[in-house]
Write a protein that binds this ligand. Structure first.
Ligand SMILES: Nc1ncnc2c1ncn2[C@@H]1O[C@H](COP(=O)(O)OP(=O)(O)O)[C@@H](O)[C@H]1O
Ligand SMILES: [Mg+2]
Length: 229
């Protein structure tokens, strides 16, 4: 197993063409070690979501490559990338995206069905994932009966129930107050410490910077190298 799980080499993403072309990110080189927790920070429009979507193989770079576990993922076909995501990746978003009429357990189980995982394992995996995020005791509750922080923990359980090695989260605490945001980040920290998961999240939240292993700052689409004083 390679120590570096995720790597971007000379990545550039341009949206649109001609006069309408927008260079969202460029000159991106990064290596993320297995079992680390990384924050991508930068002001709105600095390219955080664009970079995260490229690392998730949801989108493809205009130039450069993205590697996962030493293998190129950015050049794969749409279908191959989708298979790669179902196997290796969990995704968490700012808006939790839970189905209000389903219980917490049903939401997680539904995620497993979409991921196409073995139905015989669904119950065990859904319950285990809910336990990892500290929500097993609330699994019969529906999202509207839970706080924002609890709903985000259910969304995390759904994202990790198929046991991906990589979790990517786009502003996972943006909708939460700072106390609930911290709870969610502690869940992430536990997943890294106890399960060896690798987590990359985008954030504005200064409190989070102290809990992660590394902060990567984006400025106008490029990695800002902080000057050593
Ligand atoms: N689909 C798109 N089409 C055109 N421009 C886009 C698209 N997505 C993002 N951009 C542009 O790329 C830049 C970076 O956006 P984004 O990655 O969303 O930044 P952040 O997540 O840091 O706020 C912005 O200038 C944005 O307007
Ligand atoms: Mg964004």
């Amino acid at each position: 197993m390679a120590q570096v799980l995720l790597q971007a080499v000379k990545v550039k993403k341009v949206f649109g063409r001609g006069d309408n072309a927008v260079t969202a990110i460029k000159n991106i080189n990064l290596s993320i070690r297995r079992g680390s927790m990384i924050a991508l920070k930068g002001r709105s429009g600095s390219g955080k979501t664009t970079l995260l979507n490229l690392l998730a193989a949801l989108d493809q770079p205009t130039e450069g490559q993205v590697f996962y576990d030493g293998k190129i993922i950015s050049d794969l076909s749409e279908k191959q990338r989708s298979t790669w995501r179902r196997t290796n990746l969990g995704l968490v978003f700012q808006a939790f995206g839970l189905i209000p009429l389903m219980s917490a357990y049903e939401n997680v189980e539904f995620g497993l069905r979409i991921a196409g995982s073995n139905p015989a394992l669904h119950k065990e995996r859904a319950e285990q994932a809910l336990e990892w995020v500290g929500m097993k005791g609330r699994m019969k509750h529906r999202p509207p009966e839970l706080s924002g922080g609890e709903q985000q923990r259910i969304a995390i359980a759904r994202a990790i129930a198929h046991r991906p090695a990589l979790l990517l989260a786009d502003e996972p605490t943006a909708e939460l107050d700072s106390r609930m945001g911290l709870q969610v980040i502690k869940v992430f920290r536990d997943l890294v410490e106890n399960l060896g998961m690798t987590i990359v999240m985008t954030t504005h939240d200064p409190g989070i910077m102290e809990i992660v292993d590394h902060v990567i700052a984006l400025e106008d689409g490029e990695i800002a190298v902080e000057p050593t004083v």
